[in-house]
Design a protein around this ligand. Structure first.
Ligand code: ADP
Ligand code: MG
Length: 683
């Protein structure tokens, strides 16, 4: 039947209401239709049969087949929640947990947080009614602390298993053990590609259920010569596609929020210059710290005649499927945690992706039609410079967090823990040593009372130690603020390109002596004094959303502090106590001023520098403690606080010897001189 649109008569209220209903029904239809169109749908029955027949099942299916959104619904429909138990589904990424649960709630016609919910660190969007629970793998790990047999779940889905995050890898070992004594628990391991055999072997030869993918051909293009500036190359490629290629959305893979924002600004600027000469180009970002109402924008349908460009981190590689992507632009990089087990130095660096990743990315272009993937590197580089597969996270990160968690679950022998791939021996040993130095373990490697309290906090051991040390130094109120501001890993400062000078002046106005931690505290305090005003944030180039999140985190940490029976007390005048408390947690991260404005880490003599955004950048104190390292052109310390070397002996006597901390002078460099030196070094 063909329909032709009739002339539209401006409606009455009643008419409009009717239209809303029909639109609603249409949307319902589309959801039903979409569900039926997914590759997993024809396998619904056989999948449920396989799940009924086996306790553990490995499910392999290409990204976008409907594994994450559909399978939990099938299980619900099949009655797996009848006895009052839940279905859990883990995700390696926060954004995925949030966005997928939102989608499933919509498909089921319920409010997010009721029957369908999600749980991520510092944010629990579930309720008594929740039966489908999406959560980060890290949150499920923490649930083991309160419910070691996961008794409230009838099914647990370890999703995106191929991502091989540290937490997922640990979950494998724990959950395999639980499945042995809880024969009623169904366990599904779901993965996008390849590794199914390996998972099957690990889970005592569990059967593999394969969902055949549908995929259209994707043409791969490489650049002729290496690109010096891949952000710029992305922008140019997007515009080339937009001008020369048929309609269809574009997906660009970048490494993080900053790159995405830069790319977005450049694209906006250049399309504005082109004006009406080109078709409409919608630019939508997606990354972990993007506010959730903006995350859903990537899923909105592109209006007819327009083109959408999605600027994404590798969240879009397998965790999220965005429909209608025809073109993929892949610069070939990814941001990764890297860890040096010898020096204990951890840092965030941009690294080339693996071939497996590059092929996943390309695959995103072929879901709805034949697509094209533009790789911003040469074919030679692909062949010779990319590794076959990414190294699992467990083999390249600090294990302190996980060790303390496993210890509090009563798993003492970590060397013989059932790892899918074991971590390097020296990493494990270093984690044990660090926890010992922090006082979390005794010399037998057992959890101490302090360690037990530390495990209550969903933060790194150094941070939980800092929080607990605030009891002794009587400044828990201030430390809570500092911890919350540091844990909120999205940027506090708003720095629009056209107002950089104003923004930087505003930022500098918050600087207080002693270091960035105190500056962060100052910002929070001023904001709290305005009764958490958004206007105040706006006027001071502070990101209101980040502050609100810091406030949420702070509230939660405060609750945990009560749980471990530490009073919230304030000692605002005394920054020495505050800085000592920071030192008590972060004493590994100590660096000493060396020649030419450089710093050297105390234990391993590695060269590091103060980040240019730090309030200490021009101060160059003799001794500093940093919160984290980021590697760009050099190893930069981000969030730095000034300390005195003798504090280290006070807070970590079993770690530092006074000989290591000898210093002819405790004085700072004269102001100004330090700056000249740094510039000399950096130019
Ligand atoms: P898989 O887990 O196998 O990769 P998913 O279940 O995530 O597949 O995706 C199935 C479908 O659901 C895809 O077409 C995807 O675009 C759609 N989808 C997922 N999340 C959302 C969302 N938040 N909004 C709209 N559509 C979504
Ligand atoms: Mg999925």
């Amino acid at each position: 039947i063909e329909f032709i649109q009739a002339l539209k008569i401006p409606g009455t209220k009643a008419d409009e209401a009717k239209e809303e209903v029909s639109e609603y029904q249409q949307k319902r239809m589309t959801i039903e239709e979409t569900k039926k169109s997914l590759p997993v749908f024809p396998f619904r029955e056989s999948l449920l049969e396989a799940i009924a027949a086996h306790q553990v099942l490995i499910i392999e299916g290409e990204t976008g087949s409907g594994k994450t959104t559909q399978i939990p619904q099938y299980l619900y429909e099949a009655g797996f929640t009848k006895e009052g138990q839940k279905i859990g589904c883990t995700q390696p990424r926060r954004v995925a947990a949030m966005s997928v649960s939102a989608r499933v709630a919509e498909e089921m016609g319920v409010k997010l947080g009721n029957e369908v919910g999600y749980s991520i660190r510092f944010e629990d969007c579930t309720s008594e009614r929740t039966i489908l629970k999406y959560m980060t793998d890290g949150m499920l790990l923490r649930e083991f602390l309160s419910e070691p047999d996961l008794g409230s779940y009838s099914v647990m889905i370890i999703d995106e298993a191929h991502e091989r995050t540290l937490h997922t890898d640990i979950l494998f070992g724990l959950i395999k053990d639980i499945a042995r004594f809880r024969s009623d628990l169904k366990l599904l391991i779901s993965s996008a590609t390849l590794d199914a055999e390996k998972f099957s072997e690990f889970f005592d030869d569990a059967p593999i259920f394969r969902i055949p993918g549908r995929r259209f051909p994707v043409d791969i293009y490489y650049t002729k010569a290496p690109e010096a500036d891949y952000i710029d190359a992305c922008v140019v490629t997007v515009l080339q596609i937009h001008v020369t290629q048929p309609l269809g959305d574009v997906l660009v893979f970048l490494t993080g929020q900053e790159e995405i924002e830069t790319c977005q600004e450049l694209l906006t600027e250049r399309t504005r210059k082109l004006g009406t000469k080109i078709k409409e180009l919608l630019i939508v970002p997606i990354y972990a710290n993007l506010p959730s109402d903006m995350q859903s924008k990537v899923f909105e349908k592109t209006p007819p005649g327009a083109r959408k460009v999605v600027l994404a981190t590798n969240i879009a590689e397998t965790s999220l499927t965005i429909d209608n992507i025809i073109y993929v632009i892949d610069p070939g990089f990814n941001k990764q945690n890297s860890y040096n087990a010898r020096t204990g130095m951890e840092s965030l660096i941009v690294v080339p992706v693996s071939k497996a990743s590059a092929n996943q990315r390309a695959g995103r272009a072929g879901r709805v039609a034949a697509g094209k993937c533009f790789r911003l590197y040469t074919a030679w580089a692909y062949q010779h410079e990319l590794e076959e597969n990414s190294v699992p996270e467990i083999q390249r990160v600090n294990l302190g967090n996980v060790v303390i968690l496993l210890k509090s679950l009563g798993i003492n022998d970590l060397i013989h823990f059932d790892f899918l791939d074991p971590p390097p021996h020296e990493t494990l040993v270093l984690a044990l040593e660090q926890l010992y130095a922090l006082g979390a373990l005794n010399h037998m490697g057992e959890l101490t009372k302090l360690g037990r309290r530390m495990a209550e906090f969903p933060v790194d051991p150094m941070m939980s130690k800092m929080i607990l040390a605030s009891e002794k130094y009587k400044c828990s109120n201030e430390i809570l603020t500092i911890a919350a501001m540091l844990s909120n890993n999205s940027s506090i400062f708003y720095r629009p390109k056209d107002k950089i000078i104003h923004a930087d002046t505003a930022r500098k106005n918050f600087f207080v002596p002693g270091g960035d931690h105190l500056t962060l505290m100052n910002i929070y305090k001023q904001w709290a004094d305005t009764d958490f005003s958004s206007q105040w944030c706006y006027e001071n180039y502070i990101q209101y959303r980040s502050m609100k999140r810091a406030r949420d985190i702070r509230d939660q940490l405060e609750g945990l502090l009560e749980k471990v029976e530490i009073e919230v007390v304030s000692n605002p005048g005394d920054t020495e106590n505050i800085r000592k408390t920071v030192t008590a947690g972060y004493f590994y991260h100590t660096a000493r001023l060396s020649k030419g404005g450089n710093y050297k880490t105390v234990k391993h003599n590695q060269t590091v520098m103060i980040h240019p955004n730090s309030s200490m950048f021009e101060d160059l104190p003799r001794w500093v403690i940093y919160f984290e390292l980021v590697f760009t052109t050099k190893e930069f310390m981000r969030n730095v606080i000034e300390i005195k070397n003798d504090w280290l002996l006070e807070v970590a006597p079993h770690y530092y010897k006074s000989k290591e901390l000898e210093d002819s002078t405790n004085k700072k460099m004269p102001k100004g001189k330090g700056k000249a030196l740094t510039e000399l070094v950096r130019s």
